[in-house]
Design a binder for this molecule. Sequence first.
Ligand SMILES: [Zn+2]
Length: 103
Amino acid sequence: MKNMSLMTRMGIGMMSLMQPLMPSCKDVTQMISDSMDQRLSWYRRTGIKIHLMMCDLCRRYEQHLGIIRHSVHVHSHDDSDLVGPSLKEASRDRIKTALRDAQ
Ligand SMILES: [Zn+2]
């Protein structure tokens, strides 16, 4: 510690001050997911922003999560592909009767 310059010591001091603002990748990805459902505190949002400035992988994670969220939102209004064509009432009754008779 004696041989360190003032700037080095200040840098280490700044790093230790910023440590609480520098969440891990695991924490950031969880917070990004949480931010999709709730508003995060200023403290957490700031930590995410600082982390994303330096971490390409987490930045990509955020972008992909946004794309997935957008896709789910867009396709949740169009459920015709998921349900398929609806059966006519007569067909439903015929199937119900056939299933009941088969038991
Ligand atoms: Zn990261």
